[in-house]
Structures are given as C-alpha cells and as structure tokens.
Design a protein around this ligand. Structure first.
Ligand SMILES: [Zn+2]
Length: 318
C-alpha cells in the first residue's frame, strides 16, 4: 500500500491516523492522546513520537509503504522549513518538527496550520466540496480561518494569512494578548464563552450550568453550557444568542472581504450550533454588502477529524 500518516497536534490533544491513498482512514482508527503541554516542548515531541510509533505497530506497516507524514499544527509556522515558530499553548518556539520527524521516521514531512488544513479538507471532501473560493472558520480555544482561493490555500507573505481571531470588532474593547483591543476571538471563541460564564456567575446571575459546576469557576465549561441550553435554560440560550450575534459580525466582515462562495464553521463551539445558527445568519445577512444566502454558511461534516483529512491531502497532493 501507499498510504499517508496524518497528525493533528493541538494544545490539549493530539491525534494520528493512517490514510489509504484514496483518503479513507484505515479501519476508521484514530488514536488520540492528551498533549502534555505543561511539560515542555521535548515532552510534547516525545509523546508525538510514541503516538506515531503506536500507529506503525498497530498496523504493522513499514515506512517504505508510506508517502509521508502530514502535520497540522497551530501557527505561526514556517512551512518551507517545517518549523513551528510559536505555539504558546504547547510552549513551542522555533521547533523544527519536520526535521525531527524526518530523522525519527525517515519519511517526507509537510506541515500547515490547522485552520488551513480544515479549509483544504472541507473543500476536497467535506461541506464545500467542489466549490473554488471558500473559507473555513474554526471556533474553539481561539478563532482562525483557512482561506481557499481558486481551489488553493492562500498563505500570505509569511504563512500568516487568516488570523481573523484578531480582527478588531470593538476598538475600545478589552485588551488582547496580541497587542490589539476588542479582537473577534475575545467575543466569539470558546474561551470567551467560559470567561463570560465566570463573570456572570460571580455577578450573581443564575443558570443550570452554574449549578452543574457546583458554582466553582474552574468547573465551568462549554459542555455544561450546552447541556443547560438543551434543558431550555434561559441564561444559556441568551449566551448562545450573543455567540451567534458576534459570529455573525465576524462572518459578515469575511464575506465583505472575500465574497466567498461559502464558509464552513468548525471547532468545538459549533457542536451547539442549533442554539446560535439563526441569530448568526440574521446578523451576517444584515451586514453583508452582497446578498448572503443561508446555504453559504455551512457546518463541518468532518468535525474532529477535519485536520487529519487536511493533512492527508497535504501529503497526497505533493
Ligand atoms: Zn488580538
């Protein structure tokens, strides 16, 4: 066989899978491990090495049978030299991931940013298959965007395109670690949702989510908010309505810049899409210069596996 290994390195978990050359995950087997982000970059690398070794052993494959290893990682990256320039969640700075994996596994290695690989996967085999000019917006810890123009990822001068989490939507808003103020992800990311829950709980608002967390700020999570919304909790429904409003504003900005055929939303927060999708589309439609159709905003079909699929296409198309 001539398969590919795909690796999705995240701040909290890392996944790997073996793909056939047709783009199917062999045995539908995806192995996921926690990323030991607090233990430093060498510990993270060793855990990745162990994970890939596990995939080799699980399938009894020889490296000669593989085309390469595709890697999705948070950016910023230097794709040409296969270096993760800065990944604050994992404590990485100028980490030569491609060189290390190549030395350990003897295979060609290609890397790209996880949002870019999300866009690639959705355009090749997901929710916007066959369209040429599309965007993929991931909403999880932060917000990032993959941009496909005429069927190709648009990377920009420094591989830095798509940092839409730092579009300012309120110049007088709170300070952001990036140096700006009122950045989109301070309002719309999963981190922003849990931060709002903490503030609202402290100010005495009531919600089933706060009860479920035992009123401990550190126990608040997107999952508890989602559960509360499922039970009709007024606070949770209102917070998701606000989420839809902010996502709608960010997405209208993106359509006004790119006039894209469609945008795919992915990332953990979109699991609760039914609670915010109406507000999102209404807000975005109000603010778009061109007519925005409802089906131009779509939701990921590849979900947790989207980056792995993108990493497969990265290797296959080289
Ligand atoms: Zn920012």
């Amino acid at each position: 066989m001539n398969g590919c290994l795909a690796l999705d390195i995240g701040g909290t978990k890392t996944s790997a899978a073996l793909f056939t050359t047709e783009g199917r995950i062999v045995d539908d087997y995806v192995k996921t491990i926690p990323t030991p982000a607090n233990e430093g970059e060498e510990a993270v690398y060793q855990s990745i090495k162990k994970l890939l070794t596990h995939i080799f052993e699980h399938f009894g494959i020889r490296r000669e049978a593989l085309l390469g290893i595709g890697v999705g990682s948070p950016g910023p990256l230097d794709r040409t030299n296969g270096i993760i320039i800065h990944a604050p969640l994992m404590g990485w700075r100028d980490f030569p991931i491609a060189k290390r994996l190549n030395a350990d596994f003897g295979l060609p290695v290609s890397i790209d940013n996880d949002a870019n690989l999300g866009a690639l996967a959705e355009q090749r085999c997901g929710a916007v298959q066959g369209l040429r000019n599309v965007l993929y917006l991931t909403v999880s810890t932060g917000c990032g965007c993959g941009i496909m123009i005429d069927g190709k990822i648009y990377h920009g001068k420094n591989d830095g395109a798509g940092e839409v989490g730092h579009l300012s939507i309120d110049p007088e808003g709170p300070e952001c670690p990036c140096g700006g103020r009122g950045c989109f992800e301070l309002y719309a990311s999963g981190t922003a949702l849990t931060a709002a829950m903490r503030t609202d709980m402290a100010s005495g608002k009531s919600s089933l989510a706060f009860e479920a967390a035992g009123y401990r700020p550190e126990a608040l999570s997107g999952a508890l908010l989602h559960e509360a919304a499922e039970k009709g909790d007024a606070y949770a429904l209102e917070l998701y309505r606000r989420e839809g409003y902010y996502l709608g504003i960010g997405i209208a900005n993106l359509f006004n810049i790119f006039d894209a055929e469609a945008l795919v939303l992915g990332g953990g927060v979109t699991k609760a899409k039914r609670f915010f999708c109406d507000t999102l589309i209404e807000t975005a439609q109000k603010r778009c210069i061109q007519k925005l159709e409802r089906n131009q905003i779509r939701y990921s079909e590849l979900n947790d596996r989207v980056v792995l699929h993108g990493a497969f296409f990265l290797i296959k198309e080289q």
